[in-house]
Design a binder for this molecule. Structure first.
Ligand code: SAM
Length: 421
């Protein structure tokens, strides 16, 4: 039947496409696992929040959600909005029906809801994954990078021995075990092989996916990633900036930067000469949205194309907060735009694939500020020849086929987030 087809493709891809809706549900653990062959992402480590054991298991939650929603709509606003808040509210009112429709699609997918409830406890492989890693210390890369010894710090990559079949059916290439010591800061660290690699740095272990690389540095060094040859730029650029906000909790998690710093990101220089798709995570603050529209995209040479919404739900399918809560919306936006590349005529953008506006993707959030891996869904819009060259800026994790840059791109690569298969 149709639903079981949808479910079985979800089990393979981690992506569930709802019928007659512009929404998808994503299980980040399944999506991320496609980057690994020797390890798996630990569901319990990924889903560290939003799985309250007893509450999540309670069945009637869905029914009460409908009642709650009816009641919520009647709530009057306690104060009048200022100009900026009015614009923000207008944006929210436009998004609201799309988000409700997407959420209804999720609440209607009973089979999927049952799967979501068990996402955290799931064992992905039938043999049972073994959690065999030695205790690992969480490093503060930001602190380590600022000490005088920083240029001396090295990461050890332990490449395994493996046989790689050749495409033409000839005899396989044998890769032998190899250990490489490489400076960890201000240096491009590459795993060019098709196997995950275990790495050691100080007292911690990290898992580096196949065909991936990272460059761990402060913003001041990002120009080192600008490709020397003009046709080696990136076709897909995903950016999740450390926007300033007033949350005290946020301040403990990572440093932030004032908006003007992002104006100097060398997007044009990083982009491929054939053009690039740029995807930018923004918060719901109106001041930020207008900065992006009026200053940031124009200074990057990016033409705005579409907005994607990330709707956040708990394990029982209910929104993580009330949809209409002004300062704590259960959704975030990803703004998409094209950089035209070398051809400068305005018509050149018509060569690029049109991006549908207002798509919604739903997931259960992982750690604080961790975004779901939507790079793959964006790939189909990346201009230029395949495979697209992809980079994530301000990354805290790595993906097969991607370059990750930021001051802590190894953060979620730490071995406690993984299981051995
Ligand atoms: N996309 C990430 C995820 O899903 O986990 C979250 C990125 S978080 C919003 C922003 C990141 O930018 C943090 O890791 C922070 O440490 C980093 N950052 C802050 N200031 C930076 C700087 N000056 N240079 C490089 N990275 C910086």
């Amino acid at each position: 039947s149709q639903t079981s087809d949808q479910l079985s493709s979800f089990f393979k891809s981690g992506i569930y496409r709802f019928e007659s809706s512009n929404a998808v549900f994503i299980d980040p653990v399944r999506v991320l696992n496609r980057s690994y062959n020797r390890f798996r992402v630990s569901p319990s480590a990924y889903y560290s929040r939003f799985f309250e054991s007893d509450k999540a298991k309670a069945e009637p939650a869905i029914a009460t959600n409908y009642r709650k929603r009816k009641r919520k709509q009647k709530v009057k606003r306690p104060y009048t909005l200022n100009d900026r808040e009015r614009i923000a509210d207008q944006r929210h009112q436009e998004a609201r029906p799309l988000l409700l429709k997407a959420h209804d699609a999720l609440l209607g997918a009973i089979d999927l809801l049952a799967v979501i409830r068990s996402l955290r406890s799931e064992r992905c492989s039938s043999e049972g994954s073994r959690d065999l890693f030695l205790p690992s210390v969480k490093q503060s890369f930001v602190e380590l990078s600022s000490v005088w010894q920083a240029p001396l710090y090295e990461i050890t990559l332990n490449f395994p021995q493996y046989r790689e079949p050749t495409l033409g059916g000839g005899s396989p290439v044998i890769h032998s075990c190899e250990q490489r010591l490489i400076p960890v800061f201000n240096n491009l660290v590459v795993n060019e092989t098709s196997k995950d690699v275990e790495a050691e740095f100080l007292n911690s272990r990290y898992i580096i996916p196949r065909k991936s690389s990272f460059y761990m540095s402060d913003l001041g060094k990002i120009h080192n990633l600008i490709p020397a040859e003009s046709d080696c730029g990136f076709n897909l650029i995903l950016v999740d900036p450390p926007w300033e906000n007033s949350s005290a909790h946020q301040k403990l998690k990572y440093p932030t930067l004032p908006n003007r710093h992002f104006l100097s990101l060398p997007i044009k220089q990083l982009a491929h000469t054939q053009g690039a798709l740029l995807a930018l995570w923004v918060t719901n603050r109106e001041k930020l949205r207008s900065f992006v529209e009026k200053e940031l995209f124009p200074s990057w040479g990016v033409k705005y194309m579409a907005t994607l919404y990330w709707l956040k739900v708990k394990a029982d399918g209910i929104l993580t907060s009330e949809l209409d809560l002004f300062h704590h919306r259960p959704y975030e936006c990803l703004l998409l735009g094209y950089y035209h590349g070398e051809s400068r005529t305005p018509e050149c953008l018509s060569r690029f694939k049109p991006i549908p506006d207002n798509q919604v993707f739903i997931s259960v959030p992982g750690d604080y500020s961790r975004k779901p891996p939507i790079g793959e869904l964006l790939l189909e819009y990346a201009p230029g020849s395949e495979p697209a060259r992809c980079i994530e800026l301000f990354a805290r994790e790595m993906l097969a086929g991607w370059t990750s840059w930021g001051n802590e791109p190894l953060h979620f690569q730490e071995s406690t987030y993984f299981l051995r298969t």
